[in-house]
Design a protein around this ligand. Structure first.
Ligand SMILES: [Zn+2]
Ligand SMILES: [Zn+2]
Length: 185
């Protein structure tokens, strides 16, 4: 494991959030509250009750800012973006073992709205990535027509494609065909 389990979980949430706006079909997954609810449910957040349009607006704004971190041109730019995100939100660090997870630290204040929850916990996860000197693990998929992001948690930093099945498979096929062409010469 490269980071602690709660950091890796928060990073997976960031990736999922950014990719809701980067579907290869061009569809916007967070076009309404139903999409936001689906995002919340599949990431098993604790303490999220009713969702409102205000939550949606805030989450979309945060999504754009997280995406900027992935595209930041170097560590200082990423630091500035992350400090803005975590600096604006009220944080209340506390240890918890909810839902059968091992002890881990939450940074959002109990009862915080979804946007604050994400800004605090995902923002801190990104801060740990920078502090560990691992910013280059935050990547954009290298498939030509894909803008999805990924966190490369492989030991040898070899991951280049997002986890959408199309990208992985497509690139394997392309590599296979290239090898066949080589062999034919
Ligand atoms: Zn938790
Ligand atoms: Zn991709």
């Amino acid at each position: 494991m490269i980071f602690t389990h709660d950091t890796e979980h928060a990073l997976a949430v960031v990736v999922d959030l950014i990719n809701t706006g980067a579907a290869t079909s061009g569809a916007e997954e967070l076009g309404g509250l139903a999409g936001l609810r689906a995002f919340v449910d599949r990431n098993s957040f604790s303490d999220v009750d009713e969702l409102t349009e205000a939550d949606l607006v805030r989450v979309l704004d945060l999504r754009a800012r997280f995406h900027e971190v992935f595209r930041a041109d170097g560590v200082p730019a990423a630091v500035r973006l992350i400090n803005e995100i975590v600096g604006e939100v009220r944080t209340t660090p506390h240890l918890t073992d909810h839902d059968g997870y091992d002890w881990h630290v939450h940074f959002f204040a109990p009862g915080a709205p979804l946007g604050e929850h994400l800004a605090a916990d995902c923002g801190m996860a990104l801060a740990y990535v920078v502090a560990a000197g691992e910013l280059d693990r935050l990547r954009t998929c290298e498939a030509p027509d894909c803008s999805r992001v990924l966190v490369d948690l492989s030991r040898n930093r070899c991951r280049r494609y997002c986890d959408s099945r199309t990208c992985g498979n497509r690139m394997h096929v392309a590599a296979y065909r290239a090898r066949q062409r080589e062999a034919a010469h």
